[in-house]
Ligand binder design. Structure first.
Ligand code: ATP
Length: 455
């Protein structure tokens, strides 16, 4: 099995992620998070919120509605420009994102330079079509015959109301617009002054043409975004853009992602979204290649200008349309890449080396054996005393070695075992996932010990 197959299988087997609507055959691009997956996602969102909102004085949060007045999407440019180029296979009529086929093109060029396909020295459009027709095969039927690329809108339509004709609206394609339309509300109700940010976490929906690579490209997903408003000034824009780029890279590294697996990639001119003056992606080297984890965008005054929103500096009386620097990360992509990054194997043992802050369970409590009533009831007592404070699980099945391995596989950083000595002196063993070292601690020191490690 390759790494992605192992991750997908682990996620299903242990309750991180299940295929959406599975008992009805699934539904392309939709996934359900299980008991461990929801904890992982909640931990990620909590860590993000702590860093972006709680620890700062210049950022406040909101939670806007998913469905907004459709005029929002007209003004934001999404009904016109939120599109992906699509090609259709002329044989089986399956559609593919042209830019995902482009990646294949790169590989083919590399092959050709090593002499395996022969030298191809075409450029631009010519190169793309030469390769599509010469070497690229439809992933579905193997045909090499594709239509010209067409642009398809990614917004998902919904119909609101009870009487016909119902009003057409959209599920939000990005959570961002909810922040812009509430800009004035936030300024008026909090008196916050520029420079400041508005943070939000929530679901977004895109009619992705080719969802895939597990949860990486879904049709329903969650975003965590900061819109940081500044004075319209080139230098200020540059400085703020650079600042947030490094802040966001540091955040991933501080939670344990391997630094060498992360990179920043500036967008090329023809790649930038319709709203962006400047954009760079934080990419992660996944088993399926370098791929976007988070986008840092300099949106200029594009959005506030289109929504006709201005800001008045109460001290100077100056009125202007602020610029905005955005950091836009995907919760699902982060969850997936943290899982991939943490996955490791030592012979038969699988270990998810997740940062304890992200681990679904912080502690697992075991009785040494399950058929000694005193050990089981003591272990349950300790489990219940920790449970109100931390995410804790209890296990008394099988032998202790198997229980350790089972917790390693889901990333539980500490296992606590009640043994015969516990009954005598109220101490228990704490076993560390990564070192497998054990130490004895008094029961009444346990909570403080874990809380300290989780700081
Ligand atoms: P891509 O080029 O991969 O389609 P994008 O550039 O359209 O992504 P943005 O519009 O910048 O993505 O969205 C910000 C973040 O939202 C992305 O970095 C990603 O983490 C997340 N995201 C976007 N589309 C999806 C999706 N279909 N499934 C899961 N997460 C997504």
């Amino acid at each position: 099995m390759d790494l992605m197959e192992k991750i997908v299988s682990l996620c299903k087997r242990r309750g991180f992620v299940y295929p959406g609507s599975e008992i009805y055959g699934g539904f392309g691009g939709f996934w359900d998070y299980g008991p461990l997956g929801v904890e992982l996602k909640n931990n990620l969102k909590h860590e993000w919120w702590k860093t972006i909102v709680f620890l700062r004085e210049d950022v406040v949060g909101i939670d806007a509605a998913i469905i907004m007045n459709p005029e929002v999407w007209e003004a934001s440019g999404h009904t016109g420009a939120f599109t992906d180029p699509l090609v259709e296979c002329r044989e089986c009529h399956q559609r593919f994102r042209e830019d995902t086929l482009r990646e294949v093109k790169k590989k083919i060029i590399q092959k050709s330079s090593s002499g395996r396909v022969g030298a191809i020295s075409l450029s631009g459009k010519e190169k793309k079509y030469a390769i599509l027709s010469v070497t690229h095969k439809c992933p579905n039927c193997g045909s090499e015959d594709f239509t010209e690329p067409k642009r398809f809108n990614l917004l998902t339509e919904v119909y609101i109301g009870v009487t016909e004709p119902k009003e057409r609206a959209y599920l939000r394609g990005e959570i961002t617009q909810g922040v812009f339309v509430n800009f004035r509300n936030v300024v008026d109700s909090t008196r916050i002054k520029i420079p400041f940010g508005i943070a939000q976490v929530g679901k977004a929906f895109r009619n992705e043409i080719t969802p895939g690579n597990f949860t990486f490209r879904s049709r329903e997903f969650e975003q965590m975004e900061l819109e940081y408003f500044i004075k319209p000034d080139e230098k200020e824009g540059e400085k703020t853009f650079e600042y947030w780029k490094s802040q966001r890279m540091e955040w991933y590294v501080s939670l344990g992602i391997k630094e060498e697996k992360l990179r920043l990639r500036p967008h090329k001119d023809d790649e930038r979204a319709h709203y962006a003056r400047k954009a760079e992606d934080i990419e992660y080297e996944a088993p399926f290649g370098w791929n976007e984890l988070e986008g840092i965008h300099h949106r200029g005054d594009y959005d506030l200008r289109n929504h006709k929103i201005t800001y008045k500096d109460e001290e100077t009386g100056e009125e202007y349309t602020p610029w905005v620097i955005e950091t836009s990360g995907g919760v699902d992509r982060a969850a997936l890449f943290f899982l991939v990054d943490a996955y490791s194997q030592q012979s038969e043992r699988t270990i998810l080396k997740l940062n304890p802050k992200l681990a679904p369970y912080k502690v697992a409590v075991f009785p040494l054996v399950s058929n000694k009533e005193e050990l089981v009831s003591k272990a349950r007592e300790i489990f219940l005393s920790l449970k109100g404070e931390l995410s804790v699980t209890f296990d008394d099945r099988g032998n202790i070695g198997k229980r350790y391995y089972s917790q390693d596989e889901i990333g539980t950083p500490w296992c606590v075992t009640v043994d015969y000595q516990t009954l005598k002196d109220n101490t228990m063993t704490v076993r560390d996932r990564d070192t497998t070292k054990q130490e004895r601690l008094p029961v009444d020191k346990l909570l403080a010990y874990f809380q300290n490690l989780l700081k």
